[in-house]
Design a protein around this ligand. Structure first.
Ligand code: URA
Length: 200
C-alpha cells in the first residue's frame, strides 16, 4: 500500500470536526501520486460527499474541461481540497475545520511533492497567499522552496458568474509555461520570488 493510501486510511478515521458525523464519505483527494501539479479546492460538495472523490459535480466537470484545454486529464494531476468532509448545506469551511484539516493537506503535499500547487478559490489561496485577495492575485505565481504557487478563481465561481469564465480559462492557459519554468529552476534558487511573467 502506498504512503498516500495509508494516509487516506488515517483521514477516513478522523473525527476532529462535527461535520465528520454527517459525511457520507470522506474525500481525501485523488490523482497521480507523483503528479507535477497539485490542484487544491475548497471542500467537498454533495456529489463529492456521495462518491468520496474530489471535483466530480458540475465544478469538477468544468475543471476537467479546463485541464483538457492544457492537454491534461485528471489522472495526470492530483486534486485535493482544503477540508476533507462536506460542510453541511455547502456552507463555507470554518476556521477550526481548516485548522484541523491542515495537517492532512501538508502530509499530502509532502508525499506528492508537486512542482506546482494551484490554489482554486479563496480558501485554498489563503493558505498559500495569506492576506491576499483572489481578485488581485489570480493568474499570478510565486516561487518558494522550489515550488510554484499559483492562484486561480474557483471553477464553481466561474460557473455562477459568466464574466469570470474567460479569466479562469486564460489563467489556466498560463500553467504549462509556469510548469516548464518550474522544471528548469535550479535547486539552489531558494529565495522566494515573484515570477516575472505574472506579477502580483
Ligand atoms: N468544490 C471544491 O472546492 N471541491 C470539490 O471537491 C468540489 C467542489
Amino acid at each position: 500500500m502506498s504512503a498516500l493510501s495509508e494516509l487516506y486510511e488515517e483521514i477516513a478515521l478522523c473525527q476532529q470536526c462535527e461535520i465528520a458525523k454527517y459525511r457520507t464519505k470522506v474525500v481525501p483527494g485523488e490523482g497521480a501520486e507523483d503528479a507535477d501539479i497539485l490542484f487544491i479546492g475548497e471542500a467537498p460538495g454533495w456529489h463529492e460527499d456521495q462518491q468520496g472523490r474530489p471535483f466530480v459535480g458540475p465544478a469538477g466537470q468544468y475543471l476537467d474541461q479546463l485541464l483538457a484545454s492544457i492537454g491534461l486529464r485528471r489522472e495526470q494531476v492530483y486534486i485535493a481540497n482544503v477540508i476533507k468532509c462536506r460542510p453541511q448545506g455547502n456552507r463555507d469551511p470554518l476556521p477550526s475545520e481548516i485548522l484541523n484539516c491542515r495537517n492532512w493537506l501538508e502530509r499530502q503535499v509532502e508525499l506528492i511533492c508537486p512542482k506546482m500547487i494551484v490554489a482554486l478559490g479563496r480558501y485554498s489561496m489563503a493558505m498559500f497567499f495569506p492576506g491576499k485577495s483572489i481578485s488581485k492575485i489570480h493568474g499570478t505565481a510565486q516561487k518558494r522552496d522550489n515550488v510554484i504557487y499559483y492562484a486561480m478563481y474557483h471553477p464553481a465561481a466561474a460557473l455562477h458568474q459568466q464574466s469570470l469564465r474567460r479569466t479562469i480559462e486564460e489563467d489556466m492557459l498560463k500553467i504549462p509555461s509556469l510548469l516548464a519554468e518550474a522544471k528548469n529552476m535550479t535547486e539552489t534558487d531558494e529565495q522566494p520570488r515573484q515570477l516575472n511573467m505574472f506579477e502580483v
